[in-house]
Design a protein around this ligand. Structure first.
Ligand code: DP6
Length: 331
């Protein structure tokens, strides 16, 4: 059977950085994100006996024997195990934004692959089970399996059965919330999130301090979302991001994802905020700066961001929906 799904990327407001179980993809800490309307992956999966090996086409290019291909085959193996099918699959996937530039393409990618793959293999999963499956492909994909504002609860059980995504609030709860992504570079990063977080857990002397303060950030951001307290969400998001980057920078060898333009934008935001334009930044494992703000300030902020040296493009997103099945197949 052939199935197609669309899933949105997400932006972490409280970051996931570090695993306690690499095989089951269990995180060291819980995290919170907003699902992003308009930054998406569409994926079609077909299991059929006509395929003698798995095929993966990403953005019109067939990938073979690289890490991305291996991750997809591993995920298909998991779906085959759950469903009992032995057939190989063809997977065709398209992102509508640059892959591997710190824009969480693995989040929307594995959420879409999990939904389309499960459906194509004949299994119906609710969003909780879908998020557990997506988690095995990429941690941040767990959160892309719910819409709006989402918590990935790290869970306590060793088998990972309680490590899944829970919706904090629907997209309609806070429709004025916006994230503006700036694109300063589309070059594939040197250190992947996966390798970077493993190195951080192993070698960063600050890592324990990170874990010690995450629970407080989770509480604040959750309360901020429920009470629509933008200042509380913004301040906590920005400081949580800086704490994560402090752990990256202090690993051995150091991982510095920032580029000169990243710092230009950080300084601009701090200055604009001081003069009364309320906005905050957050940055993942890459050079792009994501600015969070309210709808009323979007056009002014876009104008100012586009004037910052090194900014190639801006993309505005509002809170988005959970993954969905669609009828238009990619092949
Ligand atoms: C910095 O989910 O890409 O974006 O689980 O190894 O696939 P794997 O890593 P990934 O890491 C995301 C890290 C982050 C923070 C976040 O999204 O929470």
């Amino acid at each position: 059977m052939k199935s197609t799904a669309i899933a949105n990327a997400n932006i972490a407001l409280v970051k996931y950085w570090g695993k306690k179980d690499k095989k089951l993809m269990l995180p060291q800490n819980s995290s919170i994100s907003m699902t992003l309307d308009g930054l998406n992956t569409i994926t079609t999966v077909e299991f059929d006996k006509k395929y003698d090996k798995d095929i993966f086409v990403l953005n019109d290019q067939e990938l073979r024997e690289n890490k991305e291909f291996e991750k997809v085959v591993k995920h298909l193996d998991l779906i085959r195990k759950i469903s009992g099918t032995r057939e190989k699959a063809k997977v065709v996937s398209k992102n509508n934004f640059p892959t591997a530039a710190g824009l969480a393409s693995s989040a929307s990618g594995f959420a879409a692959l999990s939904l389309a793959g499960a459906q194509a293999a004949g299994i119906d999963l609710d969003l909780k089970e879908l998020s557990k499956l997506a988690r095995r492909g990429s941690g941040s994909a767990t959160r892309s399996c719910q819409g709006g504002f989402v918590e990935w609860q790290k869970g306590e059980k060793e088998d990972g059965s309680d490590s899944y995504a829970v919706q904090i609030a629907k997209p309609e709860h806070w429709p004025e919330f916006r994230m503006i992504t700036t694109i300063v570079s589309t070059v594939t990063k040197k250190v992947s999130s996966r390798a970077g977080m493993a190195q951080t857990v192993e070698t960063c002397p600050m890592y324990k301090a990170w874990l010690d303060t995450v629970n407080e950030d989770l509480k604040k951001v959750k309360r901020g979302i429920l009470e629509k307290d933008f200042t509380l969400v913004g301040k906590t998001t920005e400081s949580n991001c800086l704490k994560m980057h402090a752990t990256m920078i202090t690993t051995q060898p150091a991982i510095v994802y920032w580029m000169p333009a990243t710092l230009e934008i950080i300084h601009a935001i701090l200055a604009w905020r001081e003069k009364g334009l309320e906005c905050y930044f957050t940055i993942d494992a890459g050079p792009q700066v994501k600015v969070i703000c309210l709808e009323k300030d979007v056009s002014e902020l876009e104008k100012r961001l586009q004037a910052v040296e090194g900014v190639k493009k801006t993309i505005v997103c509002k809170p988005g929906e959970e993954p969905k099945l669609i009828n238009e197949h990619l092949f």
